[in-house]
Structures are given as structure tokens and as C-alpha cells.
Design a binder for this molecule. Structure first.
Ligand code: NAD
Length: 530
């Protein structure tokens, strides 16, 4: 991204060639309140349109996405460099599935949910949760998954009747506009889905603006700033933030398969996945064989322009990321860690290319730094046993995802349940983000709140509790006036309901009957007066 001050445009740059892909007008932060107002005015009609009409629009959006799949995948590759094969599968295919899943289950997820009440005072009442749209929502997203991440919010937000202000990353603005076009073509009113372009200043203006909720996906540092910005107005905020995911390779793992799986988990999308594998803890009995295979396979990866179908790894998406990875490697070298392969920028290519890198961390030396690298760099370290692996895996400020590699799935599950993270995969990694039923969340400094699945839809609505006393002709005993009789009734009632001694319970019966009779008498007199 290059903000062009002469034209007030944001220029999208292809990280493979450093050539311009296209440009979009910059949004002025001072225009944000008017844009919010536009969405707010359009919102009631969209809310009242009804779920069936919105489902039809989502079906059309799904059809359009499928029809334009190749063009959109190409745009993703051009704007952020990931191989076209990945863009078509993990971005477009997964997004089509996400839209399909959302509209298919919208009725079930957004229906009124009956709440059965156990308490004798309330059990005859009708109660349910009503899913009420929130209003105008903000969606701020990163560049690393420029389609699937935004759609994880946009689909459910629109389906449930909200309006949306969407700020795609300043590095992938054209994909952001393409997403909006798709929904507008499908029938979403123009002011219900508004795009804004810019970087932190536009993001900040959005967080400060009068929207009901912010869905932010990005780095932990910026997520913390967003939370601070939202605090004075107690803004509802969902944060999907950084990760530094561990992989545990057990003694019983098939080292050939698991080294291929870990390689993909660490290096796909040039390692620029929030849930990419960054740290590998290998049982000491398989560590050498596993490391040798990982290094050998890393060296065979084909690096190049993502539009070439033979490319496994494209460039880093931004110059900033390129510099960050360089400094991660230099820091590891300085602290005495061994670079087993890679470690250098690729000089003979024009874009932000960096060699896929494996770094060995000696158990007697400094530990793997607890910071997200977000690039084609993976640290490996041997451990004595599962206990040490789990301890090191959990010794992190992050808690997004993790993986366990083993030939015994029970063993894998036992370890998985001890990893402190939002999700864990056994014998695979990364792709749980594309499993639509699975809610997505991070613990520790990896996030707050949910995306995807039923829990993701819950985030889009006010889960309003409605309780109906169908008997409108009598008054409840806990209403005014208070008095000694009421107090006595409460004491007796508490014993009857909650005392676990049956003799004490039975002893309350005469008093209860007496009270009940009095209560019915008062209510009869009152209803006669009415
Ligand atoms: P980033 O935090 O720099 O930017 C994310 C978005 O926030 C961009 O649109 C940016 O313009 C905007 N922004 C920047 N400053 C802002 C501010 N002060 N107020 C409001 N908005 C602001 O992140 P990035 O470099 O675009 O993306 C990479 C990061 O995203 C990594 O840390 C990665 O782990 C994380 N990520 C997390 C998930 C997840 O689901 N947990 C998914 C993808 C990426």
C-alpha cells in the first residue's frame, strides 16, 4: 500500500513484482460519522425485510462468488502474493462454504429460543431468547486472508439484519471493494454495506464512531489500542488477534507425514497465518529424524510469483513484514540459535521474497522468543517428554491454536485438551479456521469473542430475554406493599424450595397453604375491583 498524497488515493502494490495492481480513493476520517449516519438511516428497512428475503440475497451472493471465483482468487494473489491455488481453495472455496453454511442455518441460529424455567414462581410463564439485530456494525480486517476473514463477519452480520461499515486492510483494498460489489449485486442496499479505505486513522475514526459493535481482526498490539479506544463508550468489541502457535510432535508420530504436515502449517501463505505453526516441540527420540526431514522438505519448496501454478510459496505481503522477518532471524542468530536452512532475503527477485527458514533452539540455550513472527520462519526444539512439551507450548502470552502430531489419536486428544488455546488440531493445522461449524476464538492475548458457526452468529445479535406472564389479572406477592406477612412467606418459601432436610420442608406446608389461601383471596378482591 502506498498512500498517494497528490491524488488522495491508496495504491495497491503486488508484492511479487512491486507493480501497481490498482487504486481506490482514501476515506477521510472526518467523513466517518456521516457514513455511519447513512447506514443508520438505511438500517430499519433492512432489519424489517425479514430473514427469508435476506437469505435469498445471501444465496445470490454465494452464486456470484462461485461464478467469479477465479477472478477473485487472482485478485487476492496479485494484492497479497499468496499462491493462486491457495487463494482459490482456502480463501474462495472456504468463503463459498461459509456463505452457504450461514444462510442454510440462519433460521435455526436466529430463531426465538425457548427457555424452560425451573423455578415454581416462574415455571408457568413463557420465556425465550429473541435474537435482535444490533444495528450498525464495524468490520476492520487485515491483509493476510482478505476474503475469508471479512466474510466471516459480513455474511452473518447482514443475514441477521445489521448494517455494516467495512474497512479492509490498506494493503488489500481492491479485494475489499470486490467483496462489497458482490453483495450489492446480490441485492444488499448500497447504504447497508459501506466500504471505507485507509489505515489506522480511518480505523480509529470507526472505533470512535457511533456504531453498535466493532469486529476487529489484526495484531495484538492494535487490538489492545482498539479496546482502549472503545473503553470510554463501553463499545462492544470482538477481537481476533495474533498467535504464536505450538506444534507438539510426539514420540509415536509418523515423522515423514508429520514433517510434511508441520511444513505446510508453518509455510503456507508464506507463514502469514495467525494460526500458522511457529514453534515445534519434538520428542527427543524423534527430534533428529523429524528435523532432518523438515529441513530437506523446506529446501524443496518452490518460491515465486503466486500466479505460477508451480509456486508453493509467494513473497511476504508487505515491506513491513519483510523487515520484521529479517529482524526475527537476526535476533535468533544473535542469541545463538542455529539457522538450519534459509535465513536470507532472496536477492534475485524483485518482490518481498524471503527464504523459508528453520531455526533450531537448543534446550540449554535461550527459549524461542514469545513473539509472533508471521512469516516463513519456524523454530524447532527438542523436549524430554509430553509434560515438557505442554509446559513450553503453554508458556506464551498467546493462545490462538495449536497442533499435536501422533499416531495415537487418544494420546493426541489428551495432549490437545491441555494446550491453552482456542482450538487444537490433531495431525493437521491451520485449516480449522475454514471448518464452518467450529467457532473461532483466541484466549490470552489472542482475542476476545467469537467468529464463525453458531457462536459467531450470536455475536451479531442482542440476545434479548423475553418473559411473559400470561396471567395479567393478578399481582405477584413480591410487589408492594411489603410487610411482616410477606417476609414470613419468603422465609417459609425458601425453606420449602431449597432446604435439603425433608422434615423441615414438610413442616412448612401448613404455613404455605395458609399463605396461598390469603394470596388467592387478595387477588380475587382486586380482580373484582377491576
Ligand atoms: P494490523 O493490526 O496492523 O491491522 C489490522 C487492521 O487494523 C487494518 O485494517 C489496519 O488498517 C487497522 N488498524 C490499524 N491501526 C488501527 C487503529 N489504531 N484503530 C483501528 N484500526 C486500526 O494487522 P495486519 O498487519 O493487517 O494483520 C496481521 C495481524 O493480524 C497478525 O498479528 C495476525 O496474527 C492477525 N490476524 C489474526 C487473525 C485471527 O483470527 N485471530 C486472523 C488473521 C490475522
Amino acid at each position: 500500500m502506498t498512500p498517494d498524497s497528490r491524488t488522495d488515493m491508496i495504491v495497491s502494490i503486488n508484492p511479487s513484482t512491486l507493480e501497481e495492481v490498482g487504486r481506490v480513493p482514501h476515506t477521510h476520517p472526518e467523513d466517518v460519522p456521516d457514513l455511519v449516519q447513512k447506514a443508520r438511516e438505511a438500517y430499519p428497512a433492512w432489519r424489517d425485510k425479514g430473514i427469508d428475503a435476506r437469505i435469498e440475497i445471501m444465496k445470490r451472493a454465494q452464486d456470484l462468488l462461485l461464478k467469479q471465483a477465479e477472478e477473485i482468487a487472482e485478485l487476492i494473489t496479485l494484492e497479497m502474493g499468496r499462491p493462486f491455488t491457495e487463494a482459490l481453495t482456502v480463501e474462495v472455496e472456504a468463503s463459498v462454504d461459509l456463505l452457504y453454511y450461514d444462510w442454510k442455518h440462519a433460521h435455526r441460529f436466529l430463531r426465538n429460543r425457548r427457555v424452560w424455567l425451573h423455578h415454581p414462581f416462574f415455571m408457568l410463564r413463557k420465556s425465550y431468547i429473541h435474537c435482535q439485530p444490533l444495528g450498525v456494525l464495524t468490520n476492520i480486517t487485515p491483509w493476510n486472508w482478505p476474503l475469508l476473514i471479512p466474510l466471516g463477519v459480513i455474511g452473518p452480520a447482514l443475514l441477521s439484519g445489521n448494517a455494516m461499515l467495512f474497512k479492509p486492510s490498506e494493503y488489500t483494498p481492491l479485494t475489499g471493494d470486490r467483496i462489497r460489489d458482490l453483495f450489492i449485486q446480490a441485492g444488499v442496499p448500497e447504504d447497508i454495506f459501506i466500504n471505507l479505505h485507509g489505515s489506522s486513522e480511518v480505523g480509529q475514526a470507526l472505533v470512535f464512531s457511533d456504531t453498535e459493535k466493532v469486529f476487529f481482526t489484526g495484531s495484538t498490539n492494535v487490538g489492545q489500542i482498539v479496546m482502549e479506544q472503545g473503553a470510554p463508550s463501553l463499545k462492544k468489541i470482538v477481537l481476533e488477534l495474533g498467535g504464536h502457535d505450538p506444534a507438539i510432535v510426539c514420540e509415536d508420530a509418523d515423522v515423514d507425514i508429520s514433517s510434511s504436515g508441520v511444513l505446510w502449517g508453518a509455510m503456507n501463505n508464506c507463514g502469514q497465518n495467525c494460526n500458522g505453526i511457529e514453534r515445534v516441540y519434538m520428542h527427543e527420540n524423534v527430534a533428529d529424524r523429524f528435523t532432518d526431514l523438515l529441513v530437506e522438505k523446506t529446501q524443496k519448496l518452490r518460491i515465486g510469483d503466486g500466479m505460477d501454478p508451480d509456486t508453493d510459496i509467494g513473497p511476504l505481503a508487505t515491506e513491513l513484514q519483510f523487515e520484521k522477518i529479517l529482524s526475527v532471524v537476526q535476533h535468533a542468530q544473535k542469541s545463538g540459535m542455529e539457522i538450519l536452512t534459509g535465513g536470507n532475503p532472496i536477492q534475485d527477485k524483485k518482490g518481498y521474497y524471503f527464504e523459508p527458514t528453520v531455526i533450531r533452539c537448543d534446550p540449554s540455550g535461550p527459549e524461542i522468543p514469545d513473539d509472533e513472527a508471521f512469516g516463513p520462519v519456524v523454530f524447532v526444539r527438542s523436549v524430554q517428554d509430553d509434560v515438557e512439551a505442554i509446559r513450553l507450548a503453554n508458556d506464551s502470552q498467546f493462545g490462538l491454536a495449536g497442533s499435536v502430531w501422533t499416531s495415537n489419536s487418544r494420546h493426541g486428544q489428551r495432549i490437545a485438551q491441555q494446550i491453552e488455546s482456542g482450538s487444537v488440531m490433531v495431525n493437521d493445522s491451520v485449516c480449522s479456521f475454514g471448518i464452518t461449524e467450529a467457532g473461532w476464538t483466541g484466549i490470552k492475548k489472542s482475542g476476545v469473542g467469537w467468529m464463525h458457526g453458531e457462536k459467531g452468529l450470536d455475536e451479531m445479535v442482542n440476545m434479548q430475554f423475553i418473559n411473559i406472564d400470561t396471567n395479567s389479572k393478578s399481582q405477584n406477592f413480591w410487589w408492594f406493599p411489603y410487610g411482616p406477612d410477606v417476609l414470613k412467606g419468603i422465609r417459609v418459601g425458601m425453606t420449602l424450595l431449597f432446604d435439603r432436610n425433608w422434615f423441615k420442608k414438610l413442616a412448612t406446608l401448613p404455613a404455605i397453604l395458609c399463605h396461598l389461601a390469603g394470596y388467592l383471596l387478595i387477588n380475587r378482591k382486586q380482580s373484582k375491583k377491576l
